[in-house]
Design a protein around this ligand. Structure first.
Ligand SMILES: [Fe+2]
Ligand SMILES: [Fe+2]
Length: 304
């Protein structure tokens, strides 16, 4: 009887070790490179007819800055171009914190092709925080907005290859599609100014680009119908029947990935291409490909 019991314990221990090793190999070596190209449909009220049925590729959290970046960026640019997009939108974390990554990152992204351009916003890892002594000891009235600055002229470098970076501003594209974009509001950076971004547009934007999903409440209060976000990486590790324990947002698991809504605002949070450390479990990297459509009956059941 005792022998049978110890045999069972040995078997269970062996299975647990094999399972643990398989899970470790999968989460460290396989899933981080197993990018899903997803195809959600975006229904935008007041979508200009010119944009009906057009294809938008959403990239986020590229994090150039590790040995895998070179082949991954080559694959990404090639894959996105084969999708034949009308528009490419990028919601930040282009690089991983260091200025030396700006040049190779931008060099790769210069190869992206789309009919109506590439527009993006910066993420928290694209910024550096200036020491307080550089901003009047933090007492300068504008110290919050000037305390963070993009690393190594990243925004200008991206602009130079045709990638328009919206820094608390709005733009109207050909065919009347209005986009707004804000600097990142995360636990590391606090530079988003939606009021300023909207002030330069004659009408409410159709779509807001925000690195973090945390802006959903503010965007909803201002009547913005749709947001594209990233930053969470989907949590990177998702516990079955629970979700991701870590999202690096104030809103937690609610907006970690995929569709969510607040009032009349809908948001899609894409899980991102990669991250600064190679770990993904039940949370594959993602490139989202949207087809834009007008809803047949916009917001029929939602309260005003
Ligand atoms: Fe990120
Ligand atoms: Fe981020």
């Amino acid at each position: 009887m005792k022998e049978n019991q110890s045999e069972a314990v040995r078997l269970a221990t062996g299975l647990a070790l094999v399972g643990g090793a398989a899970l470790a190999v999968h989460s460290l070596l396989i899933e981080p490179s197993w990018v899903e190209v997803s195809y959600p449909t975006f229904r935008l009220p007041d979508l200009p007819p010119f944009w009906e049925g057009r294809r938008v590729v959403h990239l986020t959290d590229l994090h150039y800055g590790n040995p895998r970046s070179e082949p991954l960026f080559r694959w990404m640019v090639n894959t996105v171009n084969q999708l034949d997009p009308d528009l490419i939108l990028i919601t930040g974390d282009f690089i991983q914190d260091l200025w030396r990554y700006v040049e190779p990152c931008v060099r790769h992204l210069a190869g992206l092709r789309s009919r109506f351009g590439v527009v993006g916003v910066l993420g928290d890892h694209d910024f550096k925080r200036l020491p307080a002594r550089h901003v009047g000891g933090g007492k300068h009235p504008e110290s919050r907005s000037i305390r963070y600055t993009p690393i190594g002229g990243l925004a200008e470098a991206l602009d130079s290859v045709g990638i328009r970076i919206l820094r608390n501003e709005s733009v109207e594209l050909e065919g009347g599609l209005r986009l707004a974009g804000v600097d990142p509001k995360t636990e590391r950076t606090d530079c988003a100014d939606l009021e300023v971004a909207l002030a330069c547009s004659p009408a409410t934007p159709h779509l807001l680009l925000s690195h973090s999903p945390d802006l959903i409440g503010e965007a909803s209060a201002r009547g913005i119908p749709a947001i594209l976000a990233g930053h969470t990486h989907g949590g990177q590790v998702v516990v079955p029947f629970y979700g991701p324990p870590v999202t690096h947002t104030h809103t937690g698991r609610a907006h970690a990935s995929g569709w969510s809504e607040r009032g009349r605002t809908q948001m899609y949070t894409t899980r991102g291409l990669t991250s600064h450390y190679s770990l993904r479990l039940f949370c594959r990297p993602e490139i989202a490909v949207f087809e834009l459509h007008r809803p047949a009956d916009p917001w029929p059941d939602l309260p005003a």
